[in-house]
Design a binder for this molecule. Sequence first.
Ligand SMILES: [Zn+2]
Ligand SMILES: [Zn+2]
Ligand SMILES: [Zn+2]
Length: 275
Amino acid sequence: MPTNAIIDRKRFIKVLGGRLMKIIFMGTGTSLGVPVIGCKCKVCVSCNPKNKRTRASICVQTASGKNVLVDTATELRLQAVRNDVSSVEMILFTHYHADHIHGLDDVRKFNQSSRGTIPCYADEATIERIQRVFFYAFDHDYSWGAIPHITLKPMPPELWLEEVRITPVNLHHGKAQILGFRFNDAAYLTDCSAIPPESVERLKGLKLLIIDALRYKEHPTHFNLEGALKAIEEIRPERALLTHLSHEFDHEQVNSGLPPHVALSYDSQVVEVTD
Ligand SMILES: [Zn+2]
Ligand SMILES: [Zn+2]
Ligand SMILES: [Zn+2]
């Protein structure tokens, strides 16, 4: 870390009494969302708002209110409206599956509020897929406002947004390799079925771990609840929240059976992580 950044960061901690960043859960659901279309199961018909899950995404907010969006989930407009996220400085993509990129068109509004192009960071496969799926976004014959204006760049080993240090973490999502991200002492690992040993090393000393837990039964490309709990035991964060949740999980019922430092996340949950 450059010396100036260390000094700035210490100053931030002093001014704000250690309150450094907020994590807003934009969505916590699996690719079908919850309720699932046409499903009448107990969770899908539940009135508990914590059982209503849009597609998985988080927004990491710095102490001064700058936002890093992780993935552009299918319901991005609704998520941004209900969580009052009106501007975004940077977007990180975990991978190219539809539930994680299909809200990209809604970035147009963020372009207007920031009056500029938004830098996006992803792995090579995701950059290539976004360029194909959202081909019109790279056609400069369109007028301003009609397309999302983004620049796609390979994720570097380290990024900074104010006091927040962002580093990528390689994950296995079935046979695919995708990215998780560490933000100071918090990490977001959606869509994963295994964590390579070198990534476990990069996740030491976490205050908050957010990790995929799709359902009870095993799944070829996602941790089930048991797998997520094992990964939490290995990584040993102070606190863990589970995401990318299916309609198998009733919020209150599952939470009541989890260890005290682990819980299901829910849409619009906001967690502060101090340094
Ligand atoms: Zn997904
Ligand atoms: Zn259901
Ligand atoms: Zn996926």
